[in-house]
Write a protein that binds this ligand. Structure first.
Ligand code: SF4
Length: 391
């Protein structure tokens, strides 16, 4: 006669599957007392000990006259999100039970016992199972079922974790710990193994992903901000040591703050390392606009923005440099890709100048009385007239 015991692993974590194991000991070929003595509640065992007992249970189930019969069923996060965890847990238990019933004589089943108090009814059984609250703390067979379910669940998750090395899985063990919440910054950090129906994950999934937007000047920034705000939480990044003289820089920075306040977006102001700019364009000062000097200038600013995005864990980034019809947009696409490569960053290649972008920005500046400059930025810009120049 067989008593079947069922337990699950992975009901509470915010990630991937729930795993159920249905198990029975073969009374005609009993396990030795030494092994039974080693078994314990899986939560009280070390990972190493669980693995060791799991290996033995597998061995005992594969001999010609097995001492243990079991079956495991896995229900992934997609089904959990579709039917809810309680039903998904029932489905995992039901399917593991159905498969186990194929291995043993159904007429010899004394009863089915389940850890917990879910009171599921399985139509495959004539009688409702018996539910034992806290069964995982006191019943040997439940310990065995729990060890199998937990070890298999862990193996599955560790395999998937290879795909997400920056999730610090070893620290939060898939629960909503402080580390996990720290990882889940916005919708873009949610992975394919998260259970998005879980309230805290759902809340994060509804947040717009962050985007770091390098700002070159306000006339060029107005349209990108208005358009990108529809899909992203935009954070502006001001790094423009190419602007001279300093009083012009300050004027443009003041305009940045004004538009950020109008548009209700955060901004980050980076240092005015003008010496670095002159160093970068050395010997190229008199090349024409859109030429080599300007490529160095884009490069310096995009590189710095990518570093900041990486530091802040903001996947999406781009630059308002893509607005001006006077800039080499292809070159900037190349640089955006170059600085995203291998860093889990994504440079958005959007030609903001399209759909009347330039005209809309002119209109915006008029409406909000925003300062519009009449030269690109540096003292070598084609239209910089040098009148009344002073630092
Ligand atoms: S002209 Fe404009 S883009 Fe070119 S180097 Fe000067 S500030 Fe930079």
């Amino acid at each position: 006669m067989y008593k079947i015991w069922i337990d699950e692993a992975g009901r509470w974590p915010w990630l991937w599957p729930v795993v159920a194991c249905s198990l029975t000991f073969n009374k005609n070929n009993p396990l030795d007392a030494k092994f039974l003595w080693e078994l314990n509640d899986s939560k009280k065992l070390t990972e190493k000990k669980r693995e060791e007992l799991f290996t033995k249970l597998i061995q005992f189930s594969t001999w010609e006259n097995p001492q243990v019969y079991f079956w495991v069923w896995v229900v992934d996060n997609y089904l959990i999100d579709e039917i809810n965890i309680k039903q998904a847990n029932k489905e995992a238990m039901r399917r593991s039970l159905v498969e186990l019933l194929r291995k043993i004589d159904k007429k010899k089943i004394e009863g089915v016992l389940v850890d917990g108090n879910d009171n599921y009814v399985f139509e495959e059984l004539d009688k409702k199972p018996l539910y034992i609250v806290g069964g995982d703390g006191k019943v040997t067979e439940i310990w065995a079922a729990s060890i199998i379910a937990k070890v298999l669940r862990d193996k599955l998750i560790w395999t998937y974790a290879l795909l997400y090395p920056n999730m610090w899985l070893e620290n939060h063990k898939w629960y909503g710990t402080k580390k996990h919440i720290e990882y889940l910054k916005d919708a873009s950090s949610i992975t394919g193994i998260h259970r998005i129906s879980y309230k805290p994950v759902k809340k994060i999934s509804e947040q717009k992903p962050k985007l770091l937007l390098h700002i070159c000047c306000w006339p060029d920034a107005s349209v990108p901000i208005m358009d990108l705000k529809k899909e992203y939480e935009v954070i502006c990044f001001w790094y423009d040591p190419n602007i001279q003289p300093k009083k012009e820089y300050n004027k443009r920075l003041k305009a940045l703050k004004k538009v950020c306040e109008i548009e209700w977006v955060e901004w980050i102001e980076w240092e005015y390392d003008v010496a670095n700019f002159f160093h970068e364009i050395k010997w190229l000062e008199h090349t024409p606009e859109r030429g080599e000097k300007c490529v160095k200038c884009y490069d310096m600013r995009l590189k710095r923005t990518a570093l900041e995005a990486e530091k802040l864990w903001i996947k999406h980034w781009t630059s308002t440099l893509l607005t001006s019809p006077h800039k080499d947009i292809q070159k900037m696409f190349e640089l955006g890709d170059k600085y995203s490569l291998g860093k889990k960053l994504e440079f958005l290649k959007i030609a903001f100048r399209k759909n009347n972008g330039f005209l809309r920005s002119v209109e915006y500046c008029k409406t909000h009385d925003i300062y519009r400059q009449n030269y690109c930025g540096c003292i070598y810009s084609d239209t910089f007239d040098g009148k009344n120049f002073s630092w």
